[in-house]
Ligand binder design. Structure first.
Ligand code: FE
Length: 338
């Protein structure tokens, strides 16, 4: 009894950890080469072995829903505010209190209740065809709806989380009515009906099929770093605009993770999240997908990403985006952004 009390005083956390097997079951929507080193280093530092299930974001959400209380998963790692919000709404996450995470991860990049934390960030930018479009025609998201850009805009589907989160931010800043008018303007300006992913939009802009498109920054940087000459060629034909530098700033999103409600190893899970916020893990994590570390001062060590320069990012809380997601989806449906 006395021994237990002393052990608790000496390190309450270690006492709790001793009760858990040294295992962490991770459901991850990420699968990059740098992740191997990331996970190996965690195991080396803690002795906790990582079992990984890798699948698409939406597949993982489905799987967790059907496994319910029987799920072996401890941590869910997915991308985009809209999906993190969905997971939270489905009651998948347990709130995790961690002074270390609160100190390291900026408040705007995590859930105030500790259900999830952002570990890297990406921006949604405008790309344009250098030969046919003057970047001064597309300085803002709003300008994508300007009649002077008629027939120029390419985009992926309106229902995709990347666009839902962007529109959720627009709603927060300008209200629903104004955002719906904007969405109708974008639809009117489309060069083709929405299809493909962000890389397909960059390719279509490079080919001149469209003048401008929306993309997440990491797709652009991935093409810059591509081993394939034709992919680097696309980037050379395309310029990048940081939208809304004179207003709210460019829309940011995250890759994030949370401890699951039915986690068999919640203590190991919390330690894993804290590890992801370390300088070393941040460099691997962000670099794996050409993103920026969430932790201020952590270095990405990515020359191509750094070559994009700095920009003013929208400081809006990622948690706010989730709340506006259902309204964003209804608005895009009404506007005909398929
Ligand atoms: Fe993506």
């Amino acid at each position: 009894m006395l021994f237990a009390a002393l052990a608790l005083l000496a390190g309450g956390n270690q006492e709790a950890q001793a009760a858990e097997e040294p295992v962490l079951n991770l459901y991850s929507a990420r699968h990059y080469q740098t992740d191997e080193a990331l996970y190996a280093n965690f195991t080396k530092a803690t002795g906790i072995r990582i079992n990984r299930i890798e699948a698409g974001d939406d597949q993982l959400l489905e799987r967790l829903k059907s496994e319910a209380a029987m799920s072996p998963a401890d941590v869910l790692l997915i991308v985009d505010a809209a999906r993190l919000w969905t997971a939270q709404q489905q009651g998948l996450f347990a709130p995790t209190k961690s002074p270390a995470l609160e100190a390291r991860i900026p408040a705007s990049l995590r859930d105030p209740g500790g259900h999830w934390y952002g570990f890297s960030s990406r921006a949604r930018v405008i790309v344009y065809n250098k030969a046919t479009v003057n970047p001064a025609d597309v300085p803002t998201y709003e300008s994508l709806a300007d009649p002077k850009n008629r027939g120029r805009v390419c985009t992926r589907s309106g229902g995709h989380p990347y666009n839902l989160s962007l529109v959720a931010a627009q709603i927060e800043h300008g209200g629903e009515a104004k955002t719906e008018t904007w969405a109708r303007g974008v639809v009117a300006n489309m060069a083709r009906s929405p299809r493909g992913g962000d890389t397909d939009q960059i390719k279509a802009v490079a080919a001149g099929e469209c003048g401008v498109a929306l993309t997440n920054t990491y797709y652009y940087v991935r093409l810059m770093r591509s081993a394939k000459a034709d992919e680097r060629e696309w980037v050379s034909k395309v310029g990048l605009v940081w939208p809304d530098q004179g207003a709210f700033g460019t829309h940011l999103n995250i890759a994030g993770a949370g401890v699951l409600k039915h986690a068999p190893h919640p203590e190991n899970a919390r330690r894993f999240l804290e590890y992801l916020a370390s300088d070393e893990a941040q460099a691997y994590f962000a670099n794996g997908n050409n993103e920026w570390p969430a932790v201020k001062g952590a270095a990405a060590k990515n020359a191509e990403l750094e070559s994009l320069g700095s920009f003013k990012a929208d400081p809006l809380s990622i948690a706010v985006l989730g709340r506006n997601t259902p309204a964003a989806q209804r608005l895009l449906d009404r506007a005909g952004w398929k």
